[in-house]
Design a protein around this ligand. Sequence first.
Ligand code: HEC
Length: 330
Amino acid sequence: MFKSVKSKVIFAVLSLSILGLISISYYLSSTLSNLSNTTSKQSLSMLSESIYQTMTTSMMLGDPQVVESTLHTAKSIDGIDSLTIAKSKAVLEVYAPTENFTTNPILLDVLQNKKTMTIEKDVNGHHTIRMIRPMVAEKRCLSCHYNAEVGYTLGAMDLVLSLDKNDATISKTNMTLILSLLVSALLFAIIVGMFFVKEIFTPLDMLKEKIADLVRGDKDLTKRLAHKKGNEFGDAAEEVNHFIATIQETINIVKDLGKENSNIATEIDISVSTIVQSINDVSDKMHQNANNVEALSTANRTSVVSIESDLIRLVEVASRLQNTIDEFKS
Ligand code: HEC
């Protein structure tokens, strides 16, 4: 799939950037929401404490109207979803005999066990954090709440804060964060891409083209690859140049050998033709000799014939002489 170095590098850079982008944004946004959660819990705790103080202070006046209006004012604080106080049986007995005691299990739990509870909820896109704290009777409370004793839970203050605004801010910040990360990743990719193109792809292409030129082009072995020293491409070009030089040397040696061979061949040729010439001469001479011999033999033959005829004549003369001698004798 990724055969070329280019595609491998692009794939690696892209996947690393995307992976880095995802993990950085995940890390940043989770840190952000953790921070925001901690902060909102802290502010909830502080707000609850402050409302508690205000409520008890207002109560010191002993006027139910003031207590009521304090509660009302506290409710209108921005970000407060709801603020209610569940009255204990002792409070109900004295100040609101007509009201019913709470049946809410969470409130009952707080009233009974005097423990502060924090509940975070996210229902239908409405994110809230709720803190229920017990309002425990101190000595100073007993002047009005005479039917209770120190440590008795007079009520449970139920404060619900909306975190929707907070969430909106977080998601807005997250968006800004992701956008800026995207822009940085894009810039990073461009810079890395430019770096790779300048430092690796272009030199690699040039090296490839030059080698191809050497191999397929004019095959001029006196040519060398131009290169910058000090990096791997320069070293590779240097090695290719060494290789070409070795080939050039070998070819020169072969050429010299060829020249020598052709010289030897010419010499052999000359010698052969000299030998052939000599053989021709010898053969000519032989031929001539043969002719001479023939002529000689013809001459011999004629002389033999003439000697023969001379001899015949001699024999004739001799017989005639014999005859003559015989005639003489007779
Ligand atoms: C000066 C008198 C007075 C003192 C002191 C006082 N309270 Fe109350 N408290 C009242 C009155 C009056 C109400 C009834 C208010 C109402 O009906 O809304 C009340 C109501 C309450 C309620 C029910 C909440 C509500 O909205 O009715 C709680 C809980 C409570 N007091 C706790 C305390 C605690 C805790 C202290 C001590 C730190 C304290 N009070 C001191 C007068 C007092």
